[in-house]
Design a protein around this ligand. Sequence first.
Ligand SMILES: Cc1ncc(COP(=O)(O)O)c(C=O)c1O
Length: 354
Amino acid sequence: MEITITEKEQKGKRPADSSLGFGTIFTDHMFNMDYSPEKGWYNPRIEPFENFSLSPATMMFHYGQAIFEGMKAYKTSDGSIQLFRPQENFKRFNKSARGMCIPELDEKFALDSLKTLLKIEKDWIPETPGTSLYIRPTIIATDPFLGVRASHSYRYFIILSPVGAYYAEGFNPVKIWISTEHVRAVRGGVGEYKAAVNYAASLYASEKAKKQGYAQVLWLDGVERKYIEEVGAMNIFFVINNELTTPELNGSILPGVTRNSVLHLGKKWGMNVSERKISVDEVIAAHTNGTLQEVFGAGTAAVISPVGEIRYGDKIMNIGNGKPGDIAVKFNNAITDIQYGRAEDTENWIEKVL
Ligand SMILES: Cc1ncc(COP(=O)(O)O)c(C=O)c1O
């Protein structure tokens, strides 16, 4: 398929790297493509970033049939532009599509068209270490119809946003709050897909956590409310008695690309690595007996995010004297060094754009 390109006449200006937050500024262009049952995916185009005009009856507005991805483009010190494991994101995008009755994309075409968009927007990629261009591929259901069923038509789009740190805390440890009352997803549901509805389902508890001074919610499993699942926008790792462990993928946890990268590197470095059930009781016991060495989140937005405090009911567990742990630092350095081209891409994780 040929991509039609319409360039914006008056280009915008990228703000200073130091002023970048997360997800508020968008680049000049976006990618759009439509789907109909007759044509399949058709009319791929790069055009100026602009508002959509959609019927108020558009199914996505009512029933939330929408999926998305999140990845980043990095500028290296020699000025080249690269992506980190983007094939994994498109694979997961298609898995989310299947789970939400959305037609799949051709993964190679999806990656090629993202690269074409990035080449046009290359001046929007910030340069300071820690900054990047966040990439948001999204598919929405577009039938104007009020009955409940899977839509027949869809829009796929990609928007780009130059970003700085995801958390105001930067790499400083964040505080997270275990929700005892609310759950995000259950096995058999759609928790393992990057579906918009999972994020809507997480808002009530997230707002509650924020009011109490916590950055995010640490979710427990939706059935027994006993086992740790993940954080709002990150997977979670514990170092307990020299074992690096993370909750096993059970159908309600998002299979993070960063999670997979941490597991891979941990094994390669000869650490005692496991994916298993981790109960909140085990974490409390480890904290009490002094074997809870480190806790950190792993996700594209913040890469590695050390956790300095976990609250569960009235119990507050402090971890690591307010400082990032050595293991969190080691993973953060190893992954960001590859992403920013400071280290050799020994794992073949880098996809060059320019
Ligand atoms: C719910 C959830 N879990 C985990 C992650 C981490 O996944 P990844 O490492 O692919 O970014 C994310 C998002 O980025 C997320 O939204």
